[in-house]
Design a protein around this ligand. Structure first.
Ligand code: 2BA
Length: 107
């Protein structure tokens, strides 16, 4: 069994969770915050049988979009006083960690 930890954009979470349920997979959704942009995102925890790992990854690949975000290239307090140059970042689709699960119980 594998444990997937997937960080995804808020806007993709509804579609991703629907597809996970439709595929008969399980997920827990946590509300999280990106350390860099300090905006909300979602982290999914999924326990997945080895033979379903590709199914789970396909759902993330298909339903999580890469998007461009513009941020001020200087701190927000300074940006209030002058038109700060903007910087473009490519964010997402999904940042995924796959770990081996040693033991798994539902008691
Ligand atoms: P954030 O930390 O808010 O990062 C948002 C985006 O800002 C990142 O998109 C990346 O384009 C940029 N970024 C982040 N840290 C950077 C840095 N040190 N230097 C330059 N640019 C940086 P993604 O890479 O798609 O990440 C989306 C979200 O996934 C992140 O939100 C964070 O919550 C999570 N994440 C990504 N990589 C991670 C990692 N190695 N460990 C833990 N969480 C990670």
């Amino acid at each position: 069994m594998k444990l997937l930890i997937a960080i995804i954009n808020n806007d993709d979470s509804h579609k991703v969770l629907s597809e996970i349920s439709r595929a008969g997979l399980y997920a827990t959704k946590l509300s999280t915050t990106g350390g860099f942009l300090k905006t909300g995102n979602f982290t999914l925890i999924m326990g997945v049988e080895d033979e379903r790992l590709e199914d789970a990854l396909d759902i993330l690949r298909t339903n999580c979009r890469k998007r461009e975000e513009e941020i001020a290239s200087m701190p927000s307090f300074a940006a209030d006083f002058m038109s700060a140059p903007k910087m473009k970042l490519t964010v997402g689709g999904a940042t995924v960690f796959v770990l081996d699960v040693e033991q798994f119980y539902k008691m």
